[in-house]
Design a binder for this molecule. Sequence first.
Ligand SMILES: Nc1ncnc2c1ncn2[C@@H]1O[C@H](COP(=O)(O)OP(=O)(O)OP(=O)(O)O)[C@@H](O)[C@H]1O
Length: 325
Amino acid sequence: MAASLLQTPFSLSCLSNLPSNSLIFTNSTLLSLHLPSRTTTRPNRLSLKANVSLTNNSPLTTTSTSGLSDNEKGKVLLEVKDLTAVIAESKQQILKGVNLVVREGEVHAIMGKNGSGKSTFSKVLVGHPDYEVTGGSVMFKGENLLEMAPEERSLAGLFMSFQSPVEIPGVSNISFLQMAVNARREKLGLPPFDTLQFYGFLSPKLAAVKMDAGFLDRNVNEGFSGGEKKRNEILQLAVLGADMAILDEIDSGLDVDALQDVAQAVVGLLTPTNSVLMVTHYQRLLDYINPKYVHIMEDGIIVKTGDISIAKQLEEGGYKSISPA
Ligand SMILES: Nc1ncnc2c1ncn2[C@@H]1O[C@H](COP(=O)(O)OP(=O)(O)OP(=O)(O)O)[C@@H](O)[C@H]1O
């Protein structure tokens, strides 16, 4: 790594010994750095493109630029078949046969009662070591995701925003992001951004998530409020990009304005070739991000799939109003 990057004293070794939910920050490759896919032909990665209509007073809605009708299907990004998984330590089964297909350009939401397995599913997808897959298959962009190490999953274009983002004491946000972006550039055979170049790259992303520049010099997530951490996660997504972003409860802890900012930033990241899989409990996020599909998870499987009307039904009648299809 270029010395010019290291304005803040920084060593990868400081990223070790992090809690288990910090697998993306392990030092083997500096996390599932949300690095780009091996296919470098995708034009839409890492861009905050405005394929969306945004107004302050109306829900954020995606508008397809692909020219495809609703009935024409995009390329499959993720295909999960009969996925089962247990907690590595106790061998308790949590996922009991999850099936899900996500295509390019689609936003999917997973809802479900507390403890139904939503976060476990998300974490299994990114290869969290707390869980062991015991059956089924997961293909991501035509490759066997389950055979990839967590950092390879990131290299393949998977990003996950955790329900409880980790803190990284001693590492400033800007150093972290710069290092992550430059690691990615190195993989692509590109020269690293120096500090000035990086700031030019970062500025529009910072503006897109409406984040104060003061947060850049603070240690990653250290002392951030719950909402600030969530906003910072979306900044990471904006900076690092992804073919598929898994967002676990990004709405938790956000005030109404922050919710709109974060939702707007996520919508701004959508392109016809990437996708979002979000876990949420509340319709309000879905009103902004407008998923194509809403799935209900119950006891480790998806028991119902529909459109946003399911979320409205849930809001009004609770889970008892949703009977498995
Ligand atoms: N590492 C772990 N160790 C022990 N139990 C676990 C672990 N991970 C998940 N579980 C258990 O598995 C079940 C599913 O948890 P998970 O976090 O996936 O649920 P969830 O649907 O995301 O819930 P919530 O809506 O409350 O976030 C819960 O009973 C939880 O206690």
